[in-house]
Ligand binder design. Structure first.
Ligand SMILES: NC(=O)c1ccc[n+]([C@@H]2O[C@H](COP(=O)([O-])OP(=O)(O)OC[C@H]3O[C@@H](n4cnc5c(N)ncnc54)[C@H](OP(=O)(O)O)[C@@H]3O)[C@@H](O)[C@H]2O)c1
Length: 305
């Protein structure tokens, strides 16, 4: 398993992480199997959020690692908070309450990373920074990050922090590439030229922030994944061709597409199927060349000027 240094920290983490959003649908034995498979594959990073399964994903995970007797220090556990029923909440009171709930459900004393899930426009960055410092001093959280934020939101909070924010979790996949499209179509009148994120990709590269790519295979919640999806015949054709040529699965090729980008993203996988995880992990053993990478990009219906 390939690893990366997370943000500007000394933490060495697997480039593939297990996203636990869907863990709530498993029973305890199945959850243990998925966790064990991940560890066997060299995946040491687990992404949670307080809202996944209304806390049930964290509860199952916490029980599973306790039953399995896994040494806590072997795992990098991240969770997210800030999304509430019908609103977003980055207040000190809510963040502190959320962290206590997360730690209790995960049956652990600390989080390796706490990430704020989606921007709350009513936030006070100074208050958030103060809350983070307090959580660190209390030993409850070691590192911090943000999710779904643009360059200026990231910079705004960083300005008040005395330690670097390590990650920005953003949607990215073969079929969801606005971060890249706008950089390829600078100053054009095409739709893809629209800069939706303040240049977050280049910002993160310049400042050593790790982008965590979420939903690496999903089109959306209704359509499901792009594998064999009728909206993407050309993409699936090229995925199959490259998979055959390299002796891996189409899932591994789609993952390698993300890993190949020099931004060194971490991929947050959502599959709860051990066989699929084993197939996907082979992405770590191959590398796409420039021509293959652009061929996939174009086959997904993207445009080059
Ligand atoms: N920060 C945010 O706002 C945000 C938002 C969404 C998600 N996330 C994080 O990102 C993680 C991944 O999200 P995701 O679950 O949407 O990602 P995904 O890996 O793109 O999708 C996984 C889903 O696709 C299904 N699937 C069907 N065919 C598949 C195939 N051939 N290969 C792989 N999966 C296939 C999986 O089912 P099986 O389980 O049966 O394989 C699973 O339900 C989440 O767990 C969460 O940690 C973050």
């Amino acid at each position: 398993m390939k690893t990366l240094q997370l943000g500007q920290s000394a933490l060495e983490v697997s480039r593939l992480a297990l996203g636990c959003m869907r863990m709530a649908s498993l029973d305890l034995e199945e959850a243990k199997q998925v966790i064990q498979t991940s560890l066997d594959l060299g995946i040491n990073f687990f992404d949670h959020a307080d809202i996944y399964g209304k806390g049930q994903s964290e509860r199952l995970f916490g029980q599973a690692i306790k039953d399995m007797g896994i040494d806590r220090e072997r795992l990098m556990i991240q969770s997210k908070c800030g999304i509430r029923q019908g609103f977003f909440d980055f207040s000190k009171e809510h963040i502190l309450q959320s962290v206590d709930g997360i730690l209790e459900r995960l049956q652990t004393d600390y989080l390796d990373l706490l990430v704020l899930h989606r921007p709350d426009t009513l936030w006070e960055p100074e208050e958030v920074a103060e809350t983070f410092t307090y959580l660190k001093e209390q030993g409850k959280v070691r590192h911090f990050g943000l999710s779904n934020v643009n360059r200026y939101q990231f910079e705004h909070l960083q300005a008040y922090m005395d330690q670097p924010l390590l990650v920005n979790q953003l949607q990215f996949s073969l079929v969801h590439t606005p971060m890249i499209d706008s950089g390829l179509q600078v100053n054009m009148l095409s739709d893809g030229a629209t800069n939706r994120d303040g240049g977050i990709l280049d910002y993160c590269r310049l400042h050593g922030v790790t982008i965590q790519a979420w939903s690496p295979f999903m089109i959306d919640l209704v359509k499901g994944t792009f594998f064999d999806h009728p909206d993407y015949p050309e993409l699936n054709q090229v995925l199959r061709e490259l998979a055959t040529a390299k002796g891996v699965s189409v899932e591994a090729i789609a993952t390698a597409f993300i890993l190949r980008h020099p931004a060194k993203m971490q991929v947050i996988l959502g599959s709860m199927n051990p066989d699929r995880l084993r197939n996907i992990a082979k992405a770590s053993e191959i590398e796409l060349d420039r021509k293959e990478w652009y061929r996939l990009y174009l086959a997904a219906g993207k445009f080059l000027p």
